[in-house]
Design a protein around this ligand. Structure first.
Ligand SMILES: Cc1cc2nc3c(=O)[nH]c(=O)nc-3n(C[C@H](O)[C@H](O)[C@H](O)COP(=O)(O)OP(=O)(O)OC[C@H]3O[C@@H](n4cnc5c(N)ncnc54)[C@H](O)[C@@H]3O)c2cc1C
Length: 478
């Protein structure tokens, strides 16, 4: 390993600028001993990179801004059933995740048979519409061929029918550029009206904020990736006690330290080494850096020298979509009182309401989660979190009288407002897959980038693992 030639003067200059930017200029600077690799971020991608590098004999340290391990895996251990506020289900194609939990002997549960065993019922303008009523209901304005489908399934069906990719991995081939169009355009080409697009996509988005700002190419990749896992036995794995156990166990398996509450504000490198500067003035030194920071966080990190311009543009422009969850506990099972499903698809600030069944032995509803995405999440984010929780509860009580006085809301999570995430995950806008996907994962001298947004062949947790593996391989030079 080369020894560092980053001088104290240049280190102080970098640290000083970065620290001053955070208003913490009066804090002392503390330089730490040099290591082989510094990994920024103790989420799945960073920890996977760290474990793989240690296996190959590298000395690794991890720097994490939060006071906990896991990043966008967040298990709510104070709520019955330990629901997830972050990454939920691990599918059959999650090879790296499954291999990791097996190697680390993390007890898992297959909840495929129990997850959402009752159908979503629609609540539009305060009216409950059951699955049987929907196909012939006056509010069903869908094209004849789609009338039987619940609105939320229509985009998935349409995208499956129109998917032009021979293999889902073709999405990152530059030849796929003509398909990097908006979901809106796909709807329009297939004869949907704006009203139909509003009902099926925009009212309760799954990605982005509207059909205009989501790349169909990303959605077709997603569809092909999901399809590649279909056909086998239903698999929806989660860790007993919550998925956060997975990164926590990964961190424990490391020999190197994981430094919590070290918010990184700058990364500097020269011929001799790299330095990572934290808001509290601590400086870490290494030969290589693995940066797993989400793009919205990277927007505020000072890289010296600057990152290449296409990469900087990608960091500035690729959006992470707004997502706000409210976690509810029912004092009494109000769905038994009215006989309707606890799973609801609403046009209120509650968005999708999903009943969690996280008991090992039975199918009881342990808690409920309201999933607000896009503009619905933004509405909730505009008010105080306590007010937002009360708003969700009052809306549910309005559309579901049996729920009146029966729901408590112990927890709210806005991923957009989370300063260590800045949104749920990367949702590529039309044209952005072609322009930025490769650029945001390119190494920059001694800095290697990972995180779900840099994954090419997988999404979500498995994408994060894939990206950490790729960054580790870059450092191993294989
Ligand atoms: C609500 C929700 C539901 C999801 N559902 C699923 C699902 O069902 N299936 C699936 O596969 N995936 C799902 N995902 C996605 C999955 O959770 C993520 O893709 C994955 O956890 C991302 O891992 P990562 O390592 O890329 O990023 P992160 O987990 O975000 O790791 C980055 C780390 O960097 C840290 N950090 C940030 N800023 C700083 C800083 N300045 N200094 C130091 N450290 C910093 C963060 O705290 C974090 O620990 C979901 C995500 C969310 C939010």
């Amino acid at each position: 390993m080369q020894s560092s030639t980053v001088t104290r003067r240049t280190a102080l200059a970098t640290a000083g600028a970065a620290v001053a930017a955070t208003g913490l200029a009066s804090k002392p600077l503390r330089a730490q001993n040099k290591t082989d690799v510094l990994v920024i971020g103790a989420g799945l991608s960073g920890l996977n990179a760290a474990l793989l590098l240690e296996e190959q004999g590298f000395k690794v340290q991890v720097i994490e801004g939060r006071d906990r391990i896991g990043g966008r895996l967040l298990s709510l251990r104070d709520i019955p059933g330990n629901p997830e506020a972050g990454g939920n289900g691990i599918g059959s194609g999650y090879g790296r995740m499954i291999d990791t939990v097996e190697r680390l002997e993390i007890p898992m549960l297959n909840s495929a048979g129990r997850a959402q065993i009752t159908p979503f019922e629609l609540y539009l303008d305060g009216e409950r519409i059951s699955g049987e009523q929907w196909p012939t209901h006056p509010r069903n304005i869908l094209p004849e061929a789609f009338k039987a489908f619940s609105p939320r399934l229509v985009p998935l069906v349409l995208l499956r029918q129109t998917n032009p990719l021979a293999s889902f991995e073709d999405w990152y081939d530059p030849k796929s550029k003509p398909h990097d169009i908006s979901v809106y355009d796909v709807f329009k080409k297939n004869g949907f009206t704006d009203e139909q697009i509003d009902l099926t996509f925009n009212l309760n988005v799954s990605y982005g904020t509207s059909a205009h700002d989501v790349s169909a190419l990303m959605m077709w990749f997603n569809d092909g990736w999901v399809a590649s896992m279909e056909g086998g036995p239903p698999t929806q794995l989660s860790a007993i006690g919550g998925n956060m156990t997975i990164p926590e166990t990964m961190a424990k398996a490391l020999n190197g330290e994981v430094h919590l509450e070290r918010e990184v504000v700058g990364v500097r490198q020269d011929d001799g080494g790299a330095e990572v500067v934290c808001a509290d003035g601590t400086i870490y030194k290494a030969d290589h850096v693995v940066c797993s920071l989400p793009l919205p966080v990277m927007r505020y990190i000072k890289f010296d020298p600057f990152l290449p311009s296409v990469m900087s543009k990608g960091i500035a422009m690729v959006p992470y979509f707004p997502m706000t969850q409210v976690h509810l506990v029912a004092k009494e099972p109000f769905w038994e009182a009215d006989g309707w499903s606890p799973d609801m698809w609403t046009d209120t600030v509650a968005g999708h309401v999903i009943a969690n069944r996280h008991n090992i032995d039975n199918t009881d509803v342990t808690s409920l989660t309201t999933w607000a995405r896009g503009f619905t999440a933004l509405k909730l984010d505009q008010v105080d979190p306590e007010e937002a929780k009360a708003w969700v509860v009052s809306e549910l009580e309005r559309i579901r009288p049996s729920a009146k006085g029966k729901i408590e809301a112990p927890y709210i999570k806005s991923w957009l407002r989370d300063p260590f995430a800045g949104g749920d995950y990367a949702v590529w806008e039309p044209g952005q897959v072609t322009e930025f996907l490769h650029a945001v994962g390119q190494p920059h001298g001694r800095i290697h980038f990972c995180g779900e947004h840099t994954a090419l062949s997988n999404r979500g947790m498995e994408g994060a693992m894939e990206s950490g593996e790729r960054a580790a391989f870059e450092i191993m030079n294989i």
